[in-house]
Design a protein around this ligand. Structure first.
Ligand code: GDP
Ligand code: MN
Ligand code: MN
Ligand code: MN
Length: 244
């Protein structure tokens, strides 16, 4: 397998055509997987907010007093949230696509002062749109994963997570396979899109690398399903958080 950061992309502006910019910088082949930082998808689509335009409501003001953050920033976080799991010591929310993240994934890094980036509301659709456009432009069939850097429960340190994908299933399902000793696997489902997103995040870096897209070549195809988010009744951590 090879993993290659796509260098030389410009600072992305609203209206930019990401598939065109990407094919200018690398020669794609059938079966390639492109990871793209959600940050540049949001910039290209204009999913950003000017803090100066935000008037914080009571809840945002109240949370911001406790966390010491800018109440306008928290208002954006609440605007993005369809469910607030915890408010302190940081806001942990679910956004409309089902992703659960700290501060709704609202991000003030790698963007001009005073502007914040929100996650694309439908990252699955963003991935599909980019995959189809790549196919239209160059006739190659590639997979696309939209990534964001996220914190994790129980462990310090952020990693890349997949928030949208197209051209693959999220999960490789090992259930029913036999292990080395012939024992049938009953629960193993591997979140392959997150593993790839994690490696992509390593290549992207978090600061000023300027590498918002990463090309994976030679990953063998897998099959499984897309049910990466627990349903509310299966989600024991969410239930526990809601109790406190
Ligand atoms: P996030 O994980 O989606 O929040 O994205 P990050 O802010 O961590 O950025 C990931 C990578 O993309 C880093 O290497 C950034 O320097 C780079 N990056 C972010 N925005 C741009 C951009 O507009 N143009 C280019 N060329 N790189 C960018
Ligand atoms: Mn960022
Ligand atoms: Mn981010
Ligand atoms: Mn990042």
């Amino acid at each position: 397998m090879t993993v290659t950061g796509i260098r030389g992309l410009p600072l992305i502006q609203k209206g930019d055509n990401l598939p065109r910019l990407i094919i200018d910088k690398c020669a794609l082949e059938d079966g390639d997987i492109i990871c793209i930082a959600s940050t540049i998808i949001s910039k290209a689509k204009g999913y950003t907010r000017h803090l100066k335009d935000i008037i914080p409501g009571n809840r945002a003001t109240h949370i911001a007093e406790k966390t010491g953050e800018d109440p306008r920033f928290i208002q954006v976080v609440l605007d993005q949230a369809c469910d607030v799991l915890i408010e302190t010591p940081f806001t942990l929310t679910e956004v409309s696509c089902g992703h659960v993240g700290v501060r709704s994934g609202v991000d003030a890094s790698n963007v001009e002062d005073g502007l914040v980036i929100t996650l694309p509301p439908d990252p699955m659709n963003e991935a599909e749109e980019i995959r189809k456009e790549l196919n239209n432009l160059i006739g190659k069939s590639c997979g696309v994963i939209v990534t964001d850097t996220c914190g994790r429960s129980f462990r310090r340190g952020q990693t890349g997570h997949a928030i949208g994908w197209s051209g693959m299933s999220a999960i490789r399902d090992f259930r029913g396979d036999n292990d080395l000793f012939g024992r049938t696997l009953e629960i193993t489902e591997e979140a392959v899109v997150d593993e790839i997103a994690g490696f992509a995040n390593l290549v992207m870096g978090e600061s000023n690398n300027g590498v918002p897209a990463v090309l994976f070549r030679g990953i063998p195809a897998w099959s499984g399903h897309d049910e990466i988010y627990f349903k509310p009744d299966e989600d024991i951590i969410r239930k526990a958080l809601k109790k406190v």
